[in-house]
Design a protein around this ligand. Structure first.
Ligand code: NAD
Ligand code: UFG
Length: 342
């Protein structure tokens, strides 16, 4: 019998790519999502790639009663991969209570049912935002966790603490937190990808929308950062490589490969690219021209952040494999596929 796994936020961007990898690796997947930031049709994309339609439960994880019912419906659940969260940094400053309510309540409810229904394992979506502007680059897992610059970032920092406290109080629970750097790109089939609702906040979807003609020009936020070309440097990780890391982390928990009940891993490529390098690589990968203009800095942005991935390489045996050029090519194919649907 296939191991049964709950994927919360599984119709979202990273969750859908992970659901695909899990199904392809022989897992049976139950997606729980309230579709607050995703669409039901993502399930068709997952089915088109894998040939399997995952179980789907549409409800809000803040609803503990409903979550209990779901756990009773799937008594064989062995693990939870927890992606569901609100994630827009700027929005979290405007509606902090919604962010704290949604991101904490859903996590606490999941930790409760893990204890109550003997679901011992969790893989949690964290973020490199917990490091703030690091004092040293690249960032290792031992770099200090800094005071968050937004309520969103704070939910990630405190969520990691909540998980550790829950584990201290209940020795049957184990978890791995994965701190993502900047996930980009889409499935090579272009059946699933990122679906930004409204104007994209992140660099790559804004760039692809500019090239397709939905936006007038890409605004490069600042060229006076302390970096070689003055534009901000980030560690862009291909979403499918990131998804694969979840399967490995999950197997590590299920096979009890690690003795520690709680572990943290950085998931990045280990290499930082500037905004100008992203533009140039995109042009090279696709043959398209990117119209851009330099704008003032975006408040809250930092000069540079990229990962030291030694721990994930060594302990998980995982490494990001896809080049930036290939990754940006998938992002462009996805943008074109979205445009053809309309
Ligand atoms: P996403 O918005 O595409 O997916 C999240 C999904 O969770 C959505 O489908 C949404 O409908 C669902 N959801 C939210 N609250 C819910 C609730 N209370 N009940 C049920 N469903 C709920 O986001 P994503 O980019 O796929 O991010 C997934 C996770 O990774 C999030 O926890 C995010 O904070 C984290 N993360 C993302 C990035 C990034 O740049 N995308 C970087 C670091 C960490
Ligand atoms: N940028 C532009 N123009 C844009 C958008 C972004 O120049 O239109 C620049 C930013 O200034 C930054 C870089 O591109 O230098 C990357 O910006 P993103 O918005 O794509 O990503 P961030 O690094 O700001 O933030 C992302 C996620 C956050 C998460 C953080 C750390 O959006 O949720 O990574 O994990 F907290």
């Amino acid at each position: 019998m296939k191991p049964l796994v709950m994927v919360t936020g599984g119709t979202g961007y990273i969750g859908s790519h992970t659901a695909v990898e899990l199904i392809q690796e022989g897992f049976e997947v139950v997606i729980v999502d309230n579709l607050s930031n995703s669409k039901h049709e993502v399930l068709n994309g997952i089915e088109a790639i894998t040939g399997v339609m995952p179980h789907f439960e549409n409800f809000d994880l803040c609803d503990l009663k409903r979550l209990r019912k779901c756990s009773e419906k799937y008594p064989r659940l062995e693990a939870i991969v927890h992606f569901a969260a609100l994630k827009a940094v700027g929005e979290s400053v405007d509606i902090p209570l919604d962010y704290y309510h949604n991101n904490f309540e859903s996590l606490i409810n999941l930790l409760r049912i893990m204890g109550d229904y003997s679901i011992p394992n969790m893989v949690f979506s964290s973020s490199c935002t917990v490091y703030g502007q690091p004092d040293h680059l690249p960032v290792t897992e031992n770099s200090p966790v800094k005071k968050a610059s937004s309520p969103y970032g704070n939910t990630k920092r405190v969520s990691e603490e909540i998980i550790q406290d829950a584990i201290r109080a209940n020795s049957t629970i184990r978890a791995i937190s994965l701190r993502y750097f900047n996930p980009i790109g889409a499935h090579p089939s272009a059946n699933i990808g990122e679906l930004p609702l409204g104007v994209p906040l992140n660099l790559v979807p804004y760039l692809t929308q500019t090239v397709i003609g939905k936006r007038e020009e890409l605004r490069v936020f600042g060229n006076d950062y302390n970096t070689p070309d003055g534009t901000g440097i980030r560690d862009y990780i291909y979403v499918v490589d990131l998804a694969r890391a979840h399967v490995i982390a999950l197997k590590r928990l299920l096979e009890s490969k690690n003795k520690k009940p709680y572990e943290v891993f950085n998931l990045g490529t280990g290499k930082g690219y500037s905004v100008m390098e992203i533009i140039n690589t995109f042009e090279k990968a696709t043959g398209e021209k990117v119209k851009f203009k330099i704008y003032p800095r975006r408040p809250g942005d930092i000069d540079a952040v990229y990962a030291d991935t030694t721990l994930a390489n060594k302990e998980l045996g995982w490494k990001a494999e896809t080049s930036l050029e290939q990754t940006l090519f998938t992002a462009w194919n996805w943008e074109k596929a979205l445009n053809n649907k309309k």
